[in-house]
Design a protein around this ligand. Structure first.
Ligand code: IPM
Ligand code: MN
Length: 347
């Protein structure tokens, strides 16, 4: 049976970069004889403003039951300041499909792309917990709009949630021959959640004696990622800290334009998206970098068990970047379509 993939281009530059990703996917589908079926969904800001519906009733169950993966562009539109549709669709999928692993590799494709003055090894993988933390939306405003207003925003960690992401990080390190796992939090201030994270980390680490493990406060982590990125192999952290440090990670690997991510529920339908947002001001100008979306396609194929096709795409991207056949953010002079073409012709 074909592996069915839901394609959701979304808003802003999403459709432009996903179009390039789709050309690459279509090509390897043929060359590698992959049994893939793509189904496109037009859920986005325009649709939401027109119909008032962000994601149709039943769609989430349909995806859960009948799809192997979701390939998503980006969400965000200035006409919807509260990001209601994005929250329903993207965060909705993270929570309702229990995509608890946010997998964000940080790897320099070419030394030229490093923003650091000195040449340093930049090759780490960040695992961000994706279903808890500050993202659960618990809390409220009391006496809203008055001088006595109180706002409470809860940061939730469960033993189950913390343990499974930490274990996933260790399993990944073991499987991929990485030597260390760093857990990062702020347990000097956030005592309760930090206590749970720290104890769980130490306990799970005992099951992996061959892998080094260490803890770092998240403020120190941001400094060390810039000062000494070679210290890091695998990093595991909570939802909010993970959101922040992966943008820093993206900057270390050449910018948001090249960073890929997977929102994974191991063995179940999982969602793959470039880390960049919808960048409305660049939309429609053929300037967005398609590399993030194309590397995301490669990551998705790897998840679906098509390692050869995945590697082929990654090599084609590296070759195009080496040849400087890229968009302007990477120092080239190509538009989105031509940069996609440069990768396509190297497949
Ligand atoms: C990300 C994004 C999202 C997040 C936004 C769009 C809700 O920044 O995937 O990193 O905060 O998780
Ligand atoms: Mn983010």
């Amino acid at each position: 049976m074909a592996q069915r993939i839901a394609v959701i281009p979304g808003d802003g530059i999403g459709p432009e970069v996903i179009a390039q990703g789709m050309r690459v996917l279509e090509r390897v589908r043929q060359t590698h004889k992959l049994d893939l079926e793509f189904v496109h969904f037009g859920w986005n800001a325009d649709e939401f403003l027109r119909t008032g519906i962000s994601i149709p009733p039943g769609a989430m169950d349909d995806i859960r039951r009948n799809y192997a993966a979701v390939y998503l562009g980006a969400f965000g539109d200035p006409r919807i300041p509260d990001m209601k549709h994005a929250a329903d669709i993207l965060l909705g999928m993270r929570f309702q499909l229990d995509l608890y692993v946010n997998y964000r590799p940080v790897k320099l494709l070419n030394d030229r792309l490093s923003p650091l003055k000195e040449k340093k090894k930049i090759d780490m993988v960040i695992f961000r917990e994706n279903t808890e933390g500050a993202y659960v939306g618990m809390g409220g405003n009391f006496k809203r709009g008055t001088a006595e207003e109180i706002a409470v925003q809860e940061d939730v960690s469960t033993r189950k949630g913390v343990e499974r992401i930490i274990r996933y990080a260790f399993e990944f390190a073991k499987r991929s021959g990485r030597k260390s796992v760093c857990m990062s939090d702020k347990n000097n201030v956030m005592r309760f959640g930090g206590d749970l994270w720290m104890r769980t980390f130490e306990e799970v680490a005992k099951e992996y004696p061959s892998i080094e493990h260490f803890h770092m406060f998240v403020d120190a982590l941001t400094m060390q990622m810039v000062r000494a990125p070679e210290l890091f192999d695998v990093i595991v952290t909570n939802n909010m800290f993970g959101d922040i440090v992966t943008d820093l990670g993206a900057a270390l690997q050449g910018g948001l334009g090249v960073a890929a991510s997977g929102n994974i529920n191991p063995g179940k339908v999982s969602l793959f998206e470039p880390i960049h947002g919808s960048a409305p001001k660049y939309a429609g100008h053929d300037v967005a970098n398609p590399v993030g979306a194309i590397l995301t396609a490669s990551m998705m194929l790897e998840y679906l068990g098509h390692n050869d096709a995945a590697k082929r795409i990654e090599s084609a991207v590296v070759a195009a970047v080496d040849a400087n056949e890229t968009t302007k953010d990477l120092g080239g002079n190509l538009g989105t379509k031509a940069a996609g073409e440069a990768i396509l012709k190297r497949l």
